[in-house]
Design a protein around this ligand. Structure first.
Ligand code: NAP
Length: 486
């Protein structure tokens, strides 16, 4: 049976020019996402796909490298081989050296014919940020920047506030803010968008969504993999830059933001910005750093870089005053899971206490679990009566909205949604320049404090260091494997 997402909104025919088109990001994420959208009919045979790289490679070699990453799509459609052959016809490989501009004229000739059309041209810079400035300048010199041109960039958007500002200036010297799409692929995840639907399309949660009803919020992004071949890059970044400044702060924003008056790009981003601006500055007591035991051997050097970090954050406004937001992320942990857990306050009075039938489990608080990966979905933990004649015995039960079960269809990868949004001209799920800078403003002082702390060594396959914020971990953290059945 063919798999498809429930609905696909058509996108205009566009040109996608992927700089770094032969690199890891392009092969693993960008082109497979475009292939899925092509198989689903959302992209038509009128799109043009141009993979730009420094070195020219023959199309058949490129397709051979790409194919393993498209295997799932190829196995999902009866006519997959026909789609694959038609997709290949849309592709052009073009050698251009961004640093020298060599080869650029050919690109201008190839796509310049659409300059006066309404047809979007999307330039995706899947190259090192050091090349962003030269790439933008080259596009301008080639006269390829017109109202329908769009620029897509993604992390790392700077190493700190100052370098992020430099990158912004380089992009904005050529493109208007309305043309710049800064990807944080977490925002393209179905559950993350569903968090907004849950909060702003239902009335039942909003009245509880504050410090009167919520005890605390936990956000965990746990990985089982280590740094591997990325050690040299990672050692310059650490978990705070690699995960917290971007993905996790974006999740904090979506949990904590006020309802925008309309679901438009700038209104959503205005509200997220306000959350970032309201973050309480952290002290050493709010920060825990760790490093997995094998890290220095993998790096082949001595390092203080954190492969694990936990923060106790606070948001200084009426809605959230007094509610801790605990966030943690780490590598080589015991479980691969990304989730947000909202723990509600204990009930004000327990009418079942005297019956003697209440177990410790039956006394758990209500929790809303928003799972980003694996098994995207939402769960609401409630307390129910155990069925049967055995008296009023209470036990924790769940309202489970597993997206896979509910929609009986595959959920598209975040890049599929985001790439289609670039063609549609919808910036709602992309970061604006002031959000990126506000996130750096918050995280720069945290990085400074963390760099003066010695990270606690932790064993691979655990949940990181044992103590946090003056308590042991068990008293704070909910084990993500409890929620995933892993
Ligand atoms: P990569 O595998 O090293 O690929 C780099 C690509 O850029 C290659 O196609 C390379 O072409 C091209 N390139 C390098 N210098 C060039 C130049 N002067 N002119 C034109 N093309 C040039 O890197 P990657 O992993 O795809 O990452 C690219 C960027 O995305 C990095 O900044 C990375 O941090 C970021 N990113 C990557 C991921 C990921 O999953 N990989 C995720 C998020 C962000 P040649 O091979 O011909 O030199």
């Amino acid at each position: 049976m063919e798999k498809s997402i429930p609905q696909t909104a058509l996108v205009p025919d566009s040109d996608y020019v992927i700089f770094g088109g032969t690199g890891d990001l392009a092969l693993r994420k960008i082109f497979p996402a475009l292939f899925w959208r092509f198989c689903d009919g959302q992209l038509t045979s009128k799109v043009r796909l141009i993979a730009v790289a420094r070195n020219s490679i023959p199309l058949d070699v490129f397709l051979e490298r790409l194919r393993p990453f498209c295997e799932e799509a190829l196995n999902s459609y009866e006519n997959a081989e026909t789609y694959w052959a038609r997709f290949a016809e849309l592709l052009t490989i073009m050698p251009i050296d961004i640093a020298t501009g060599e080869g650029g004229a050919e690109l201008a000739q190839h796509i310049g014919d659409k300059k006066d059309d309404a047809r979007p041209t999307i330039f995706y810079l899947a190259v090192a940020p050091a090349l962003f400035g030269s790439a933008c300048k080259l596009l301008s010199e080639l006269d390829l920047v017109w109202p329908q041109s769009r620029l897509v960039v993604e992390k790392p958007l700077g190493h700190d506030y100052e370098t992020a500002q430099q990158i912004n200036s380089q992009l904005k010297a050529v493109f208007a803010e309305e043309q710049i799409y800064r990807i944080d692929h977490y925002l393209g995840k179905e559950t993350v968008q569903n968090l907004m639907a849950l909060r702003f399309a239902n009335v039942i949660f909003e009245s509880q969504w504050n410090n009167k009803s919520i005890d605390h919020v936990q956000i965990t992004v746990a990985e089982t993999v280590g740094v591997g071949e990325r050690a040299a890059y990672y050692d310059q970044a650490g978990a705070l830059r690699d995960m917290v400044q971007n993905h996790i702060l974006q999740l904090v924003c979506l949990v904590a933001m006020e309802p925008p008056s309309h679901f438009t790009a700038d209104q959503v981003r205005d509200e997220k910005l306000r959350v970032l601006q309201a973050l309480r500055p952290l002290t050493k007591q709010d920060i825990v750093t760790g490093q997995y035991q094998d890290y220095e051997r993998e790096l082949d050097g001595v390092s203080n870089t954190e492969t694990y970090v936990a923060l106790r954050m606070g948001i200084e406004n009426w809605r959230w005053a007094g509610v801790p937001f605990y966030i943690r992320t780490g590598k080589k942990l015991s479980v691969r899971a990304s989730e947000i857990v909202i723990t509600f306050k204990p009930k004000p009075h327990d009418i079942f206490k005297k019956s003697g039938d209440i177990s410790a489990e039956g006394d758990l608080p209500n929790r809303l679990i928003i799972r980003l990966q694996p098994q995207e979905g939402l769960k609401l933990q409630l307390i129910s009566k155990a069925p049967g004649p055995g008296g009023m015995r209470l036990f924790p039960s769940e309202l489970n909205l597993s997206f896979n079960d509910t929609f009986s269809a595959r959920l598209p990868d975040a890049y599929e949604r985001l790439l289609m949004d670039t063609a549609r001209g919808n910036q709602t799920l992309f970061m604006r320049h002031d959000e990126v800078l506000a996130a750096w403003s918050f995280i720069d002082p945290v990085i400074k404090i963390a760099s003066q702390m010695a990270p606690t060594l932790y064993r691979q396959g655990t949940l990181g260091p044992n103590d946090h914020f003056g308590s042991d971990s068990d008293s704070i953290w909910i084990d993500p494997s409890e929620n995933s059945g892993q």
